[in-house]
Design a protein around this ligand. Structure first.
Ligand code: GLY
Length: 382
């Protein structure tokens, strides 16, 4: 791995991160979540905060699973049945959502159901049929022409004939379904889709496109484009973060895969384009002179990616750098009177959505990274 001032700084910072340090922060997360429950009971927090408070919403976004997963993690940390009951109650609405196919015309079925149903399965052994039902809904979005899972919109909508980088986090649901059912079709589709992502989303300089279009008539690969980044040619920070977690996760389900070299190039690109405090601006095109908002959520995702990469032998000392990132995020933690766990995230800059706010996935991945570090054997929800 390339050594830069930033990687040296992260290495230095990692020395602050003891077991006690981790446990203290994890307990702070649990208590913050506990304090939020009364306002959201029976419903869900919105995807991102407004003035550092979440809005109360139904189970109708791509982000609801993050909240449920934080219930499961809080239960695993404390053994307090209150968290388990919350998660179980929320799972009822996930089942209803699936049965009604309510706002599920997108690939984020993986984010939703890995973090609610697979998480529930890890903790209780239940929810197997919900996992398969959700995986079926995701499988149904596979486009034979082009061999990819369509990201957004009704299946086959001609202007939505594309995949997106975030999808890598939706593939574990398919591998889980194959494991549970013995039906290898889920895994086969996940593998076909993954090949398309790696082939077309990664640019020659190891930056990444956010989305990639295909010709709906022939399946011919057409062009990369952004949706949430600065421009089609720039590198959306969270996109790079998704691949830095998605690749080692894929390796977990496909142990024969060897993409260590490619992974390290992608990681180098990320590290070379960070601000000096080790947290990315919302697009990696920006540097410290830009005064653009940072995206703390991308950093939290990369921390999880580095732990997984270390475990999958993609990045030696990944855990050291993950600890450094968590230490760098220390001053981004929310303070009293604010909701969420991490300040200074960006959802969709060009839409003015969730800019310099907390968001549910930033909260979730921050807590996931802490959970992973308390016990490297902890079975994640992916
Ligand atoms: N998966 C959507 C996002 O990262 O904003």
């Amino acid at each position: 791995m390339l050594r830069t001032q930033v990687t040296e700084k992260l290495e230095d910072l990692s020395h602050n991160v003891s077991s006690e340090w981790i446990n203290q922060r994890l307990n702070d997360c649990v208590e913050k979540i506990r304090s939020m429950i009364p306002r959201f009971e029976g419903q869900f927090p919105s995807a991102c905060t407004t003035n550092m408070a979440y809005r109360v919403k139904n189970n109708d976004d791509w982000t609801n699973g993050f909240w449920t997963a934080m219930m499961w993690m809080s239960y695993q940390v404390t053994g307090d049945d209150k968290f388990k009951q919350q998660a179980q109650q929320q799972l009822i609405s996930f089942q209803e959502r699936l049965d009604k196919h309510f706002i599920l015309d997108h690939h984020d079925i993986g984010f939703l159901y890995s973090l609610s149903a697979v998480a529930g399965y890890r903790v209780t052994g239940d929810y197997q049929s919900m996992i398969i039902q959700a995986a079926d809904a995701l499988l149904a979005r596979f486009q034979e022409k082009g061999q990819f899972i369509q990201a957004w919109g009704k299946k086959g909508a001609p202007n939505e004939y594309r995949l997106i980088i975030d999808s890598l986090l939706n593939l574990p649901l398919l591998f889980e379904a194959s494991k549970l059912s013995g039906n290898q079709q889920y895994a086969k589709v996940a593998r076909a889709h993954y090949q398309q992502v790696i082939k077309h989303i990664v640019r020659q300089d190891y930056s990444t496109y956010h989305t990639f279009y295909y010709d709906p008539r022939t399946g011919t690969p057409l062009k990369g484009a952004t949706a949430q980044g600065y421009s089609d040619d720039s590198c959306w920070a969270r996109g790079q973060a998704w691949i830095l977690l998605g690749m080692p996760l894929y390796k977990r389900f496909n142990p024969d895969m060897i993409e260590k070299g490619q992974y390290q190039h992608l990681l180098n690109y990320y590290f070379e384009h960070l601000g000096k405090d080790g947290i990315p601006y919302w697009d990696l095109i920006f540097d410290d002179s830009s005064h653009e908002p940072e995206d703390s959520s991308a950093a939290a995702i990369v921390a999880c990616g580095l732990i997984e990469a270390d475990q999958q032998q993609y990045q030696q000392d990944g855990i050291v750098y993950a600890k450094g990132i968590l230490a760098a995020l220390d001053r981004y933690r929310t303070i009293s009177g604010q909701e969420g766990l991490l300040q200074h995230g960006v959802y969709a800059y060009s839409e003015g959505k969730g800019v310099d706010e907390a968001n549910l996935w930033g909260d979730y991945f921050y807590m996931e990274a802490l959970m992973r570090l308390t016990n490297l054997e902890w079975p994640t929800y992916w």
